[in-house]
Design a protein around this ligand. Structure first.
Ligand code: SF4
Length: 343
């Protein structure tokens, strides 16, 4: 087992299981995440017997950096996991701090029409420690302070629900990496039963939903998950989360020229979301090499924004992270593989 995949509760149960004081879990967490130890024998507060047992039961191994590409505002890292698969992690430099965009699976089965990652079919879900290591590599190996985490990299977080919940528990714990839950956002393509389960958690991190269309007909084309969980059910589940958590839900909406950016779409979207504690984040589509879509013009994005505003919807336009470095999700992995293949 990897020690970085243990939540506080798991470690407490571990100590209890052989008659030790569960409070030792806090000592281990502080040693791992505050003192950044790489051997249990460096923890002065533990007895030699406990250290030896920990060393026998847990390992420390992390991720290895394969390559990176960067711009002024983003840096994209390709990491190799212990089984040889690769994942990507993106650092986003905001005025208010650094955000890390974490991958949750190797590949993704959601098959969204506009996404490069959808072309890399899911191989497996990531373990909690493999997500923790994406954050730790940036914070501890590269020395980059991390204030926010978004689960918007490769993979559908709610298709890896338990591991993702354990990951957010670990990084938000005060003795852990201590990133407040309000600074963590889980982004889903819309797995409705999991949204409802998530809504019943106390102090759950923020929720973002990749909506990208205002009706079933269009969303079925862009996001096949909509055939399993139609848009009305999805929006109702988002409403439950907003009401139970008291937090705004973010609806992400990629603006694609001639597909989902008409006046009719704006009005339909406003009607769909009316009365929900939410805001819409308009994201200029980032054209990829293989995609058949085109981005909406800046003027069209602004007109769409104005129409939503006039209908009383909270709306923002996202800064185009990574548009100039081929950084939309999944692209670094596929590029890397292509380069390897052609060598
Ligand atoms: S947009 Fe997200 S959910 Fe859809 S295929 Fe890409 S990684 Fe998967």
């Amino acid at each position: 087992m990897n020690i970085y995949g243990q939540t506080m509760e798991m470690l407490q149960n571990y100590f209890k299981s052989f008659g030790e004081n569960p409070a030792k879990a806090k000592i281990v967490f502080a040693a791992l995440y505050r003192d950044k130890i790489s051997s249990f024998f460096d923890i002065a507060e533990l007895s030699d017997t406990v250290k030896t047992r920990l060393a026998a039961d847990f390992e420390f191994s992390g991720v290895a950096l394969v390559t990176k590409s960067e711009t002024e505002t983003t840096c994209k890292y390709l990491f190799r996991l212990s089984d040889g698969h690769t994942i990507e992690t993106v650092l986003m430099k905001h005025a208010y701090g650094n955000g890390v965009c974490v991958s949750t699976q190797v590949g993704c089965n959601m098959d969204c029409a506009f996404c490069e990652s959808g072309k890399l079919k899911k191989v497996r879900s990531l373990e909690p420690h493999e997500m923790v290591h994406q954050v730790l590599y940036l914070r501890d190996v590269l020395g980059i302070p991390v204030s926010h985490v978004v689960l918007m990299g490769i993979g559908e977080p709610f298709d890896n629900y338990e591991n993702v919940m354990n990951f957010t528990d670990i990084i938000s714990h005060q003795q852990g990496i201590s990133i407040p839950a309000r600074h963590i956002t889980i982004s889903t393509a819309g797995i409705v039963p999991k949204i409802l389960e998530y809504a019943s958690r106390t102090a759950a991190p923020a929720l973002a939903i990749s909506l990208h269309a205002p009706n079933d007909e269009l969303r079925n084309r862009l996001m096949p998950i909509n055939r399993a969980y139609p848009i009305r059910e999805l929006v109702d589940a988002a409403k439950v989360y907003a009401e139970k958590s008291g937090k705004k839900v973010t609806f992400a909406y990629i603006m694609i020229h001639g597909v989902n950016d008409s006046d009719e779409c704006a009005l339909e979207l406003a009607a769909l979301l009316k009365g929900i504690n939410c805001y819409v984040n308009l994201i200029p589509y980032n054209k990829t090499r293989s995609a058949s879509f085109e981005p909406s013009s800046k003027e069209r994005v602004l007109e769409f924004y104005d129409m939503l505003k006039k209908q009383g919807i909270n709306v923002t336009i996202r800064r185009e992270f990574g548009g100039d470095m081929n950084a939309a999700c999944g692209q670094l992995s596929s590029d890397y593989k292509q380069k390897k293949c052609s060598q």
